[in-house]
Write a protein that binds this ligand. Structure first.
Ligand code: SF4
Length: 474
């Protein structure tokens, strides 16, 4: 087992630049992978890889881009992530799941701080972040140590702006880079506005290899500067150029709204991301949570359909991995919140343990317990349990999985019956905005059911959705 694992990691790292050797090497790795892949889903992915190799699918071109443009350290860390987190870790999480009788998440998101160096319109961080508490390196390490017990080797870092803590966390001698260095067998994805990524940080990111920045972009220069401030687009492009020069692995993070959705779903935009060296792009729909929510910024159900179609088309036609946090639900069997199996949870800068980055409610806090398993306590708590029950009973279409915007009545009931507190104080999504969000949810459920069952583009998922409770893709 260990030998096969090492063979895969070494094999990918050494994949030849020669086209023929590259293809035959990739075929060999897919074959070996099937021996150690722990579950049907993983073997299915490897079969898809074999098909992709035969068809010269863009996913194979993406592997080629990563090998050509990233250094060995990044390639090694990324490959280890698949083998150690997705395969070995999966086995451990499955055993734990069977023992505990409930889901064990596959990863967590940690937001160490709320503060940010920019003051983007519509973002709470600029307005309140400076006055907010933050997590220490000990807090972060306490969280990492717990998730390592689950075989988890992947953590997302969000904010606020995490690069403000890159070298040093206030009151300490250490910063986030020291945490990444300590846990060099783990992979970190860090959401950042990119403006503080200077040459030194870019070089460290590349040298560490286990940290990948996902840099925010709202569109082209004008759109980004309009929301984030004059000159921000050029600073973001500068950061991408530096990361590329040092051969780091990085991508983009794109929030789409009713104002910019057409821009960020244009082919010119995704081509620009590829040209700048992005290997992946995470798309996030603006949803009216947090302080000062603005429902008019949320895309309409019809606009959401257009975004879903475009991001799906890119996934199968461009050498970049594009995932839409809402509309890629078919890849994950719907909602991944509340520590569901293979899902995740979020720990805020105040230590609140929340079911999802966008579900800003909590009934457990890291600082209010001496427990050695604060995350598992939250997973077994009332709020998380109710959310998971809602996933089981309400989800029948992975394109409409979300209890915040697709089944808001379920979230409302979960929050009210669990006694969870609102971690943002003053949110309106379950009060003033609730009726309107319910109406949109109803429209989206109808549109997305048609998309899932009749468009033909999701037919390849039929075997993953053959069990009871799910609408059949068609
Ligand atoms: S609650 Fe909504 S946003 Fe969060 S993971 Fe589930 S589907 Fe995604």
């Amino acid at each position: 087992m260990v030998n096969l694992k090492d063979q895969i990691v070494d094999g990918v790292t050494r994949l030849s630049r020669d086209e023929q050797q590259f293809i035959s090497g990739l075929r060999r790795i897919a074959r070996i992978g099937k021996f150690i892949a722990p579950a049907y889903g993983h073997r299915r992915q490897l079969r898809m890889l074999e098909e992709a190799i035969e068809q010269n699918h863009p996913a194979v071109q993406l592997v080629r881009r990563i090998l050509d443009e990233c250094n060995e350290s990044c390639v090694r860390c990324l490959t280890r992530l698949f083998v150690e987190h997705s395969w070995e870790g999966y086995r451990r999480r499955r055993r734990l799941r069977e023992k505990l009788g409930h889901g064990v998440p596959s990863f967590i998101v940690i937001s160490p701080l709320a503060a940010c160096n920019l003051h983007c319109s519509g973002c709470y961080a600029g307005a309140y972040g400076d006055r907010e508490p933050h997590l220490t390196t000990s807090d972060i390490e306490r969280l990492i140590e717990e998730v390592r017990q689950w075989g988890c080797r992947f953590i997302t870092i969000s904010g606020g702006e995490p690069t403000m803590f890159w070298r040093r966390i206030p009151g300490e001698k250490r910063g986030l880079r020291d945490v990444f260095r300590t846990y060099d067998d783990m992979m970190f994805l860090m959401y950042t506005n990119g403006t503080l990524i200077d040459d030194e940080i870019a070089a460290e990111v590349a040298e560490l290899g286990n940290i990948s920045p996902a840099i925010s972009l709202e569109g082209f220069g004008e759109d980004t500067d309009a929301r984030r401030g004059e000159g921000v687009f050029d600073r973001v492009v500068g950061a991408m150029e530096r990361l590329r020069e040092h051969r780091a692995l990085f991508g983009a993070s794109v929030t789409y709204t009713s104002r910019n959705w057409e821009t960020v779903t244009s082919d010119e935009f995704v081509e620009m991301l590829i040209d700048y060296g992005c290997m992946y792009a995470w798309y996030f729909m603006y949803i009216p949570v947090g302080r000062d929510p603005d429902l008019s910024l949320m895309v309409t159900p019809e606009q959401r359909r257009q975004v879903a179609l475009t991001t799906w088309r890119w996934l199968t036609s461009r050498p970049i991995f594009v995932a839409d946090f809402w509309n890629s639900g078919p890849l994950t069997r719907g909602c991944i919140a509340a520590g569901s199996a293979d899902g995740y949870l979020h720990v805020t800068h105040r230590g609140d343990i929340c079911p999802c980055v966008f579900m800003m409610y909590s009934d457990h806090n890291l600082h209010e317990t001496d427990s050695e398993t604060p995350l598992m306590d939250a997973i077994e708590g009332q709020l998380f349990r109710r959310i998971r029950e809602g996933q089981e009973t309400k989800q029948n279409n992975p394109l409409a999985p979300c209890q915040i915007v697709d089944h808001p009545e379920v979230l409302k009931q979960a929050v009210e019956t669990s006694g969870a507190r609102d971690t943002q104080q003053g949110q309106k999504i379950l009060t003033e905005l609730h009726e309107e969000v319910m109406q949109r949810a109803q429209q989206w459920r109808e549109i997305s059911a048609q998309l899932w069952t009749q468009s033909g583009i999701y037919r390849g998922f039929a075997d993953l959705y053959s069990d009871d409770g799910w609408l059949r893709p068609g």
